[in-house]
Design a protein around this ligand. Sequence first.
Ligand SMILES: [Zn+2]
Length: 280
Amino acid sequence: MPELPEMEIVARRLAAALPGQVVESALAPGINALKTFDPPLHALEGRAFTGVRRRGKLLILELGELDVLVHLMTAGRMQLNPKRGSLRDKAARLMIRLPDDHELRVREFGSKQAMWLKVLRAGEVDADPALQGLGPEAWPDPPPLGELLDAPRPLHSLLRDQQVIAGIGRTWVDEILHVARLSPFKRGDDLDDDDAARLRDAMVSEMERVLAVYEEKVALPLPEKFPKPTRVHAHQGEPCWRCGTVLEAVFYEDYVMTYCPQDQTEGRVLKDRRLSRLLK
Ligand SMILES: [Zn+2]
């Protein structure tokens, strides 16, 4: 998190609110947050927002001749606050002051400073390495997946690879594979035509389902914690919503992969790497 649906709803809400608003001042207080120096951040001052768009998990704030490219990584959150926050906020990574005391602020939670932003000349943004390497969008109209995923790697890893397909991460990959009834460890080059078509449908329908929830529940100033309409991811130990089998999980160092043995792995319970490491 945030992945495609979270960034899409952020882009929609900001696109409805920001255009026309003029930047009074801009600061990027994080150590690593601002990755560019020319044009400088203060070049945003006096410019009006002209649009907001999303590409993969990235957000592009458009201000006429300049664009601000933002990657929130896992712990960044962007909010459009009706009142300015504190200048001494240690979690603040970007503060854009707007008229009437409003403020666009990115805050980052946890100890890592991973989120980043770039100020780019309009027209340069699509050529930026962060965007150029991205695969096609996972939603709304991804290409057929048979060829795209034709590699000797597990689906769970292929679908999260932004250079293969853009927008999916650790949360929604579990939901998509479950809807498609595919094992997270099935290899991309083992997909038959039916599998590939089912997976594509599952990807689109899951993104639509989550976006419908966000459309209803996510409003400005935008939440620090998004509602989580997950049914499988991190629900290990609970019954599968489709067949009632207890959901199982494989634990990795910093994330969990959850699946239904009945629906996805022909009844097999996959080796839990956390347990096997502890037992060594
Ligand atoms: Zn099931």
